[in-house]
Design a protein around this ligand. Sequence first.
Ligand code: UDP
Length: 567
Amino acid sequence: VQAAFRSNLSYLLELIGSGKESLIFMKKRVRHLASQWLLATRSLAQKLKGRRRDQKQILIHIGFLTEESGDVFSPRVLKGGPLGEMVQWADILAALFLLGHSLKVTVSLKELQNNLGVPPGRGNCPLTVPLPFDLIYTDYHGLQQMKQHMGLSFKKYRCRVRVIDTFGTEPAYNLEEYATLHGYRTNWGYWNLNPKQFMTMFPHTPDNSFMGFVSEELNETERQFIKSNKASSMAVVYGKEASIWKGKEKFLAILNKYMEIHGTVYYETQRPPEVPAFVKNHGLLPQHEFQQLLRKAKLFIGFGFPYEGPAPLEAIANGCVFLQSRFNPPHSSLNHEFFRGKPTSREVSSQHPYAEDFIGKPHVWTVDYNNSEEFEAAIKTIMRTKVDPYVPYEYTCEGMLERIHAYIQHQDFCAGASPLPAKPNGHAVPSSPSPFTLSPNATHLVWSYNTSSALHVWPPVSSMQVWVSEAGQACTETCQEHGLVCEPTFFEFLNKKDVFLQLRIACDSTESEMSHLYPALAENVQECYFQKEPLLYSCAGYSTKYQRLCPCRDYRKGQVALCRDCL
Ligand code: UDP
């Protein structure tokens, strides 16, 4: 069946159900963004005119909202608890619905079981029951519940699962055998999924898929209105919880010399003691009132926590400058409680690395807060700078619809459900000419003609370039340095001796092993290493011992998830 774009969101609001504060928050958000979503849908429909799109049967099981996993979030919706996850789920629901798919939404174990067709009281039944869904979007909590209640079907159908995973899961932490052996410990379990099945809130490691959310865009009238109503000396502090103000007296005092400081910190009856008296605290605001506050403000200022939420993008979308602290040394699972046990070794260089790396000045200032002069100078300059409201395309409704459309039509993790072991030396196979050519300056390889094995690969191999990293560098960075992005899907094409030879790398000896660092070479010993386990192909891995072979691809400006020919 072909999917037909939808032009009305009211049925989705019914599907979401009610009863929990979290669901009410999500519905309000969908309703508030409705006209923007519908415009974007029309615009994407134009762009994809005539394109065949299959309608999928989709289950959306929001595990963290189930009572069975404790549902710690719903009771805190009105009390300053985290809202980022709910923002994202609301947007995922809207996008899947508008793209024309058939949806079921569950937020309890019972509904999950009913929809999976698990017979009552047969939670652990060993039979495989046919799964009535092409795709299941869930989170780590939901994954655990499905494993417990699907019996053998879980293994059979896990390739249909997509895990919404804010901070991402790197390949080294995903493969159970490897993680256990090498001490990649996590609190989140080892699922042996294709790492691309994990979908993140921001484009973190390209080993995962970037799901994102949306930030409201302003129309021309609103833009004009903002321009004439900005109060150049009004600042809003990032964070709904009082604890983030602790120990920030020094910065607040400096800021208070120049600007009127506003906060949206939750309180019950009295001003929280952490918030100084000179701050105008509005209490936690409904989302659209928070946006109104941002429209008037000039500066949105972060004090280091929360990490990587939606609010800075909303501030920038409403014409604010976002000022945040640089983390030196960077925060990670090794040195910060918040990240401990998370399945990633990513080093977080500031409160909001996406804002720092993908947006930057004039919208985003990342400064060393330990240096009061630098901090003060930034505030003074920001007050004088004019900035326009800005939303990166990938965070607009159309950008999100476009990306999810592409994933749904092209990503298929069931095709090679039990992945073939990686073939290191192309030798066993009768030697076919290499599909790569060396670039004229001999720095990298480009894909030059199609082979039958590459025809069905997505993203298309025509977007590929092979680069060699410096020792100690991850492919994520290597590709970035060349204006490209690492694409783990392509690793299989370069895990071959021919490719090393074409890059003029002499391999005195070769080895094939399980390692999230391979394919790679150790230069001084002229040894080449091949990957034995496809699930371990990793953009994120790095070690000073190795130079890595990196599969890079091009990307669309403002839509890093998609290559030029990806749609
Ligand atoms: N927000 C809100 N009221 C407020 C402050 C923030 O509704 O007073 C919303 C904001 O619009 C954003 C969401 O809270 O979409 C999540 O914001 P944040 O970046 O703080 O991330 P979190 O830590 O909550 O996940």
